[in-house]
Design a protein around this ligand. Structure first.
Ligand SMILES: O=C(O)C1=C[C@@H](OP(=O)(O)O)[C@@H](O)[C@H](O)C1
Ligand SMILES: C=C(OP(=O)(O)O)C(=O)O
Length: 449
């Protein structure tokens, strides 16, 4: 069997990714390692920064988003050394000791950096901060974190009546609240919990469905007094704990593994072993969807690594069937919906994705962008106000598509291209580096190039 031709071509300040599948077809084989979990990487840098003593991080994701977090905390006096190594050291300033930066903090493309950090900044008395991000981040809603922080007494100013970055924050002592979040968002929950660290008394968050719980796990490991009530999806935190630096081993990101899981499932004769994947139950919606679609996927070597469950995943090609994805499942696979949409174009029947309006306020409007790109490739996708309806089995044909500078879109379209006829050109594909800097080299590896 021959290999596809995978090429990167510079176009002005961007890169096109060109994927040409051979007429004889292709199969994906081998054992792959995926980069560190992005959510856990951000949190290990942040908690390390506000703890006493050293935090050692193994397997930190070296993508652009965690780099944005590292540079913001460095600008607030936190020493982070050997950032490009497998043993990153964060010398913590201790709780309440972030320095007032002389420059504007830049969260780049990262919603997690900006929203989580806001909880820490707003609760730092007598410090003034300004924060911004790239074009995409400056158009994403910040009211979801500004509003609860204001209820705690925070002073935050920004564009469009304090709802958009750039933001300015006058830190001060906050008062504890019980916040009933209207959305299941780990960024909202984590922002409030981080603000609660510096707040006298008990701060509580209740969410409508369970979102990823990496903050709760890691805060507990660093010494915070956290109480989780699974019956009501509530978490409370007691203010002013002593946080002590820890060793964190970051597992591979299931959101990055998802691209290879779907690739192996849709490309005939494929068989991939994906090693060291985080399988925290708040993140495994993708596994449940693949099982419901009839994918051939097995978990091997299940273990716990510094408080997070991990396994190796073996995925083989199979004939997929459509399914419905909705409700409480959505927060457990929120970042995987673009790649699930690709799988659905190869599944027998009509896949419905509902309750996913959140996708419209990610790095791009992921519902609109995926519907239009897949339709351009020959799929039958209808955009719903809060999801997608995908009639599978149409087959795909390569054409020119655009990432809209959204990393998940760039990578989802690259996987679609592996099972499309002829050549696909993905514009602005360098966006993959936000969460997956080695994506193209692994793409070449699994294709045998
Ligand atoms: O807390 C986190 O690390 C994240 C939470 C999710 O966002 P929301 O909290 O907005 O759902 C997810 O989409 C994002 O990629 C990472
Ligand atoms: C939405 C994402 O990240 P963030 O909100 O941190 O920008 C993502 O990684 O898909």
């Amino acid at each position: 069997m021959s290999s596809p031709i995978i090429q990167l071509q510079p176009v002005e300040q961007h890169q096109d990714l060109i994927i040409t599948t051979p007429a004889s077809g292709l199969s994906l084989q081998g054992t792959i390692k995926i980069p560190g979990d992005k959510s856990i990487s951000h949190r290990s840098l942040m908690l390390g920064a506000i703890s006493e003593g050293e935090t050692i991080i193994h397997g930190l994701l070296l993508g652009e988003d965690p780099r944005s977090t590292a540079s913001c905390f460095q600008a607030m006096g936190v020493e982070i050394s050997e950032l490009n190594s497998d043993r990153v050291t964060v010398k913590g300033n201790g709780l309440g000791n972030l320095l007032e930066p002389t420059e504007v903090l830049n969260a780049g493309n990262s919603g997690t950096t900006l929203r989580l950090m806001l909880g820490l900044l707003a609760s730092h008395p007598d410090r003034f901060f300004t924060v911004t991000g790239d074009h995409s981040l400056c158009s994403r809603p910040m009211s979801r974190v500004v509003k609860p922080l204001q209820e705690m007494g925070a002073q935050i100013w920004g564009r469009k009546t304090n709802t958009l970055a750039p933001l300015a924050i006058q830190g001060q002592a906050l008062k504890p609240i019980h916040y009933h979040s209207p959305i299941a968002s780990a960024q909202v929950k984590s922002c409030i919990l981080l603000a609660g660290l510096m707040t006298e008394g008990l701060t509580k968050v209740t969410e409508p469905a369970l979102s990823r719980d990496h903050s709760e796990r890691m805060l507990q490991a660093f010494g915070a007094k956290i109480d989780v009530d699974p019956a009501t999806n509530s978490v409370s935190i007691m203010g002013h704990p002593t946080l002590k630096g820890q060793t964190v081993i970051v597992p591979g990101d299931i959101s990055s593994a998802a691209f290879w899981m779907i690739a192996a499932a849709i490309v005939p004769d494929s068989n991939l072993l994906i090693e060291n994947v985080g399988i925290n139950p708040t993140r495994t919606g993708i596994l449940e969807v693949m099982q419901a679609m009839g994918a051939d996927i097995t978990l091997e070597n299940e273990r716990i690594v510094t408080g997070e469950p991990v396994a190796d995943l073996r995925v083989k090609h199979s004939h997929l069937k459509a399914c419905t994805i909705e409700g409480d499942l959505i927060p457990r696979l929120i970042d995987e919906i673009p790649i699930i949409a690709v799988a659905a174009t190869f599944a027998q029947g009509t896949t419905i994705i509902k309750d996913a309006a959140e996708l419209r306020v990610k790095e791009s409007d992921r519902l609109a962008v995926m519907a239009s790109a897949l339709n351009k490739m020959g799929a039958n996708v209808t955009e719903l106000p809060d999801g997608l309806e995908i009639i599978g089995g149409t087959g795909l044909t390569g054409t020119e598509v655009d990432s809209y500078t959204d990393h998940r879109i760039a990578m989802s379209l690259a996987i679609a291209a592996l099972n499309a006829k002829h050549s696909t050109i993905i514009h602005r594909a360098e966006a993959a580096g936000i969460s997956y800097p080695t994506f193209v080299s692994t793409l070449k590896q699994v294709c045998g190039e």
